[in-house]
Design a protein around this ligand. Structure first.
Ligand code: ZN
Length: 293
């Protein structure tokens, strides 16, 4: 079996890996995201330095991106607030440097593909993958296919109703108090003056966090009818959030959307990623496997 390369192109760090799946990740490297030229050059050097060539490379990138195959700007990171990266043709830079075909999508759609192939969504065909970390992003597979349309889902920026008593302005430069502005890691840190990882499980912060995530997830459930919702990212390492969010979703649905998964088995309906911190890089490798016939 041939080898595949994956690039998890995150806004703060890049992860590059070579392998064929979760049991066969042969080499992985992580480094901070700097300007496009030097960062992509470092990724290219990693693949060139490996003794075996890769058939193809999958890139899951921070966005917004253009994922539409056939579009003149396919494979670009487009109008990102990370200004150095605006209109960066990352897929072309990688494929030209390495001479290997590239498959390209958002970091969260890539992670969703990996969870579908090897992880927590193996037995589903329509599901949502949400990451809650330095930002909030959502990807989805619908009938087993990555969801695109006019763009790609931007679930982190849905509007949310404020929690009672929350006067925090929100951190999103576009919307202020959208989901990401109220519930991503930097919002928690700005609201409470300390990093979320240092807050006790009974801190009020988590009530707010569960409020915003439950509201948004309820919306995604009603809009897409997913068979599962996977919640990853650094903030979701606070595992006490899971029961709070499950309860919040049930409360908000209030008996509507009566499916067995929510009525009787919500613990296996709203779940962490089975691939853990490797979901992103395995997403790149899973995309790479789609790039070759
Ligand atoms: Zn926003």
């Amino acid at each position: 079996m041939g080898l595949y390369g994956g690039i998890e192109a995150g806004g703060t760090k890049f992860v590059c890996g070579i392998g064929t799946g979760p049991d066969d990740l042969r080499a992985v490297v992580r480094f901070p995201t700097r300007d496009p030229q030097s960062t992509v050059a470092r990724a290219v050097a990693f693949f060139r330095g490996h003794p075996q060539r890769v058939h193809s490379i999958g890139i899951g990138a921070f966005g917004p991106i253009d994922p539409q195959v056939g579009s003149p700007t396919w494979g670009h990171i487009t109008t990102t607030p990370k200004l150095q990266w605006t209109h960066t043709p990352i897929a072309a830079m990688v494929t030209e440097a390495l001479g290997a075909p590239v498959s390209f999508d958002t970091d969260v759609n890539a992670a969703a593909v990996a969870e579908h192939r090897w992880g927590a969504a193996r037995d589903t065909s329509t599901f949502v993958y949400l990451t809650v970390g330095t930002g909030i992003g959502g990807g989805a597979l619908v009938h087993g296919r990555r969801l695109h349309g006019a763009l790609h889902p931007e679930m982190g920026h849905v509007p949310v109703a404020r929690a009672a008593g929350d006067t925090f302005a929100g951190t999103c430069p576009f919307h202020g108090d959208c989901l990401e502005g109220m519930a991503a890691g930097p919002a928690i840190a700005a609201r409470w003056g300390q990093d979320g990882s240092t807050l006790a499980p009974d801190h009020e912060a988590w009530r707010y966090e569960a409020h915003y995530l439950s509201l948004a997830i309820t919306g995604f459930i009603l809009a897409l009818a997913p068979e599962r919702v996977i919640l990853g990212g650094g903030v979701m390492k606070q595992r006490h959030l899971f029961p709070m969010i499950r309860q919040g979703v049930r409360d908000r649905l209030n008996g509507y959307f009566r499916v067995p998964a929510i009525i009787g088995a919500i613990d296996s309906y709203i779940v962490p990623p089975a691939l853990g911190d490797d979901a992103g890089i395995l997403g790149g490798i899973a995309l790479a496997q789609e790039a070759v016939p």
